[in-house]
Design a protein around this ligand. Structure first.
Ligand SMILES: O=C(O)c1cc(=O)[nH]c(=O)n1[C@@H]1O[C@H](COP(=O)(O)O)[C@@H](O)[C@H]1O
Length: 269
């Protein structure tokens, strides 16, 4: 089953549209083993409430080789728990380099099932990612309107154009691949609740990834316009609000994930 179908099925079966972010911060731990164990514990604790997980590559890369090996463990553990893995790398480069990124993060030894992608270099540079996702049953999530306060420095006037490209790609791929949602998803900050309906309508067959729940101030109750009936078609993500809900208390992480799942459910039901 491909990524889009897997998260949609999990959303329906478990009644959750929460994507749990894993952004392990070195400074929060005594040592690397402490970081490793806590990250794996949070993953296991939050799993029953998550539609997928989203390890942020930057935090793993910052750990050097140990980070790559932890990422492999995280991906393996997620698979055992039945959780699709969306790697947050925001990759993008000229086509030949994009090809290498796509091989590394969508088909390589520590690949995920899906990857966030930056379209800044041009739409043609998305092609290697789309091809890798298509051949592996994976997905890409293209940055459309990011959650940060300064998003409009460069994105104003461009987001709609990127959204149109996401729709063009899905319209082209869906007849061949089938399914409700295409392999090209879109990132729209949960911090932009008033734009959600607009982007939902512009990208009807894309899964929307909505980052910014919790630490960046976005609230689950404002996200309803992003969802289709039954709470599918969008994934709201939270990283710090789950992993560090109350310091390093894993039980608090479990409760935070459960609470966000319930708030999202109440918002779209
Ligand atoms: O692609 C992302 O996930 C992403 C896009 C965006 O627009 N804003 C954004 O915050 N993110 C990522 O989502 C995570 C947010 O973390 P928290 O604010 O702790 O939930 C970080 O890993 C960010 O890199």
């Amino acid at each position: 089953m491909n990524f889009a179908a897997a998260v949609t099925e999990r959303s329906r079966e478990l009644g959750t549209s929460l994507c749990v972010g894993l952004d392990p911060r070195r400074a929060a731990y005594r040592d690397l083993e402490h970081l490793r164990q806590h990250t794996l514990d949070v993953l296991e604790a939050a799993a029953p409430y998550a539609a997928c997980i989203k390890p942020q590559l930057a935090f793993f890369e910052a750990l050097g080789l140990a980070g790559f090996s932890l990422l492999e463990e995280v991906c393996a553990s997620a698979r055992t728990l039945g959780l699709p893995v969306l790697l947050d790398g925001k990759r993008g480069d000229i086509g030949s380099t994009a090809q290498a990124y796509a091989e590394g993060w969508l088909t390589g030894s520590h690949a995920g099932d899906a990857l966030t992608v930056n379209p800044f270099l041009g739409f043609q540079t998305l092609v290697p990612f789309v091809e890798a996702a298509k051949s592996n049953g994976g997905a890409i999530f293209v940055l459309v309107k990011t959650s940060n306060p300064d998003h409009s420095d460069l994105q104003a006037g461009v987001s709609d154009k990127v959204a149109a490209e996401v729709t063009r790609l899905n319209d082209k791929l869906l007849p061949e691949l089938g399914g409700e949602y295409g392999p090209v998803g879109a990132v729209v900050g949960a911090t932009h609740p008033r734009d959600l309906l607009h982007f939902r309508l512009l990208m009807p067959r894309a899964i929307l990834l909505l980052p910014g729940l919790g630490a960046q101030g976005a609230a689950a109750r404002d996200l309803a316009p992003a969802f289709h009936k039954g709470g599918v078609g969008a994934l709201a993500s939270a990283s710090r609000a789950v992993q560090y809900a109350q310091g390093l208390d894993v039980q608090a992480s479990r409760e935070a994930a459960k609470g966000l799942r319930d708030e999202l459910r109440a918002a779209h039901d």
